[in-house]
Design a protein around this ligand. Sequence first.
Ligand code: COA
Length: 276
Amino acid sequence: MSEADYKNIKIEREDGVTYLVLNRPEKRNAMSPALHYEMEDAMLALANDPETKVLVLTGAGDAWSAGQDIKLYFRETAGNPAERKRSNAASHHWRWELLNEFPRPTIAMVNGYCFGGAFTQLCAVDFVVTAEDAVYGLSEVNWGIIPGGIVSWNLAEMMLPRHALYYAATGEPFDGKRAVEVGLANIAVPAEELKSATDALARKLMKINPAVLTGTKEALRAVKGMTVNQARDYLRAKQDSVASRDKEIKDRKGMSEFLDEKSYRPGLGPYARETG
Ligand code: COA
């Protein structure tokens, strides 16, 4: 599949920042099987795209994503177990595995509705910038189902526990400011500032040494299931592996600029990199 073939998503590039856009605005970006196949294809390609320094996931129109498409993903695959299995695998693959393991920083730019299954990709990205008036909802209970797929697991991991149960059990919608308070988002801004705030975060991340940034996000995820001694051992080995990937780290460029040249304050910002 090539980018030109996509009908349910689109890709826009701006100086190192790649915007991956769910593009079914008339259906509030509900996720159909066809959308899942295109997203899986796009994510696999973008993971190896040298132009993508930061990946931003967003939605066209008024919605970020209204969750799984009730008609196309659930009802129309009910009598077709093979298609159900295939679309379920693609859905899990891009929303959790590929996003979680994406080699560059990932940002959700939440421009509007975020419901149900969309919480999985919301929790899989590294950072979330949200419009204050975006509407979040764990509406599953309203359908007479529990938050399935891996949504309950996502909530238990990402949200403050009391709030996770409250919103999952009541289905009550909440806004972007509340999403920050409960642990789902980093920054909430007025809708008209959403793009510039996301861009500013992306540019900030692009100044950090990419090997260190990738190593940091991998490390924070990996240590979660470890004992303290396992983490200590793992982090030592991880630092060596990060350094082996980048000459400036190996040469302790930052340390010599701070101690010998006294040319910068590492507490206040990254050192100027020689390589892009
Ligand atoms: N699955 C399938 N279709 C969906 C959908 C979903 N999750 N969410 C929205 N749509 C469709 C609607 O059926 C409608 O289609 P139509 O124009 O062919 O009738 C279209 O998108 C627009 O939806 P509408 O409800 O008219 O828009 P709205 O702006 O007034 O409301 C929502 C938007 C998101 C609040 C509302 O559509 C909604 O509650 N959707 C369900 C969200 C949900 O519970 N998702 C979790 C599923 S487990």
